[in-house]
Write a protein that binds this ligand. Structure first.
Ligand code: ADP
Length: 475
């Protein structure tokens, strides 16, 4: 493989190009009209505009992307995450054009792309699953009967779901109808597919996932776990590796089961098996993501393995150069997703120009980003500016470095999740590790309510003072 086209933008496009360069591989960027000055365009050896700003006309414009790949003599396409990364038709089209798709086969992608097909494939392997329906639930009446059997609270989930969309929590029979309709319509509008199913809602859950790596020669390893329990709207914001909540025996068992999940869909390349873990430490298979994850750097930090390099090697048909017994973990890593969002206003996107933008540097600090000072954050795409990653010999050192790095990160012009990150990592429950995926609702929402109350009190106080001064002048 001598030339790779990265069918993506932002930090992940820059990240993939970095490894390609290290391996002596030339890179091709694609970009939309909104991204003409983007960092990934500047980083690549060649760059081509593939259409106007809306993703459908540019980053999802498969015909144009293939045309650029052929024109440039590209021999591999890396899809990053999001956009076309889990699109089996695109993967097929790439290979049919004689280009390597740096990712799993269309078969693996399509099985794991449907949560119901994934459950069916995995069910043959004796892996713990969340109690729930095996197939689609079509009517409200049927759903109510099933929910009662499973026992409230339940989750209604979109089979084609992703990014926390099309998922509804139902606490009681009275709420069922409304939430069922909402889940179905959200699934239809987000994924063009309104198939939903029902799962038991695991109370006080943690989200723990295993990184797997498999090749085309029957070899596979797991690169331990990532704990991604700090989420907003069922989407991850802070991740860490390793998890301090699982024992060595559970880690091994989750890892071995993850390899069985990979086997169930003949997986090849880097993939992630997600589990939900209950308060008693029992784990249940959730889904498999058939691509590089946003949070892959924390695994790279504790294993010393470059996952993009491994993806490229597998796509070149090379066998894995290590076995499970060769792998070890060292130290601890955190990742904070730095979004252009106003955490104090319900994580609302905060679009604007990066007037001041300076990244932190120092020992154990890594920033994967796609922007430079003066650039605008386009409204068309995911508002992630960067991923702030810190590493330390132990959790405490990695946390201290995260504190310093957040402090040293200078961003003005947009609101960011940096202060939110600071709130979380300084929180006693986060420090002690006693939290679940509802951390934001349990603690941060109260903090926000408290702050706005304070603000109201200040304003009320100011108004009262002003009024009193006016009264005084009358005397
Ligand atoms: P998506 O594909 O939309 O990301 P997932 O199935 O991976 O959906 O779930 C995303 C998040 O939703 C999980 O990390 C977890 O916080 C929550 N979740 C999913 N299923 C359950 C469940 N059965 N019980 C409790 N929480 C769940």
């Amino acid at each position: 493989m001598k030339k790779i086209l990265v069918a993506n933008r932002g930090e992940i496009a820059v990240r993939v190009m970095k490894t390609a360069k290290k391996m002596g591989i030339k890179t091709v960027a694609i970009y939309s009209e909104a991204d003409a000055n983007a960092l990934h365009v500047q980083t690549a050896d060649e760059a081509f505009c593939v259409g106007p700003a809306p993703s459908l006309e540019s980053y999802l414009n498969v015909d144009k992307i293939i045309e650029v790949a052929k024109l440039t003599g590209t021999d591999g396409i890396h899809p990053g995450y999001g956009f076309l990364s889990e699109n089996a038709d695109f993967a097929k089209m790439v290979t049919e054009n004689g280009i390597s798709f740096i990712g799993p086969s269309p078969y693996s992608i399509s099985i794991m792309g449907s949560k119901l097909d994934a459950k069916a494939a995995v069910s043959k392997y004796d892996i713990p699953m969340v109690p729930g329906t095996e197939g689609a639930v079509d009517s409200i009446e049927e759903g109510k009967v099933i929910a009662k059997e499973i026992g409230y609270p339940v989750l209604i989930k979109a089979s084609a779901g992703g990014g926390g969309k099309g998922m509804r929590l139902v606490e009681s029979n009275d709420e069922f109808e409304e939430q069922f309709k909402r889940a179905k319509s959200e699934a239809m509008s987000s994924f063009g597919d309104d198939v939903v199913f029902i799962e038991k809602f695991i109370t006080s859950p943690r989200h723990i996932e295993i990184q797997v790596l498999t090749d085309n020669h029957g070899n596979g390893v797991y690169l331990f776990e990532r704990d991604c329990s700090i989420q907003r709207r069922h989407q991850k914001v802070i991740e860490e590796a390793p998890s301090i909540k699982i024992s060595e025996a559970t880690r091994k068992s989750m890892g071995e089961d993850a390899l069985k999940v990979a086997q169930s869909c003949q997986y090849s390349g880097a993939g992630t098996v997600e589990y939900i873990v209950d308060a008693e430490g029992n784990y249940f298979f959730l889904e498999m993501n058939t691509r590089l994850q946003v949070e892959h750097p924390v695994t790279e930090m504790i294993t010393g393995i470059d996952l993009v390099e491994q993806q490229i090697k597998v796509a070149r048909n090379e066998p894995l150069a290590f076995k499970q017994a060769d792998l070890s973990r060292c130290g601890h890593a955190f990742e904070l997703r730095v979004y252009a969002e106003d955490a104090m206003a319900g994580f609302k996107p905060s679009i604007g120009t990066l007037e001041e933008y300076q990244i932190p540097t120092g020992e154990g600090i890594r920033v994967d980003h796609g922007f430079i000072e003066g650039q605008e954050i386009p409204i068309y795409y995911d508002p992630m500016i960067a991923k702030l990653i810190t590493y330390g010999a132990n959790r405490n050192e990695a946390l201290e470095r995260m504190k310093k790095a957040i402090n040293d990160y200078k961003i003005t012009g947009v609101e960011t999740t940096l202060d939110f990150g600071s709130y979380v990592i300084n929180h006693p429950e986060f420090k002690s590790g006693n939290y679940d995926t509802k951390f934001v609702e349990t603690y941060f929402d109260d903090y926000v309510a408290g702050s706005s109350k304070k603000e109201h009190e200040i304003i009320a106080g100011f108004v009262a003072k002003h009024h009193w001064e006016k009264e005084l002048t009358k005397i």
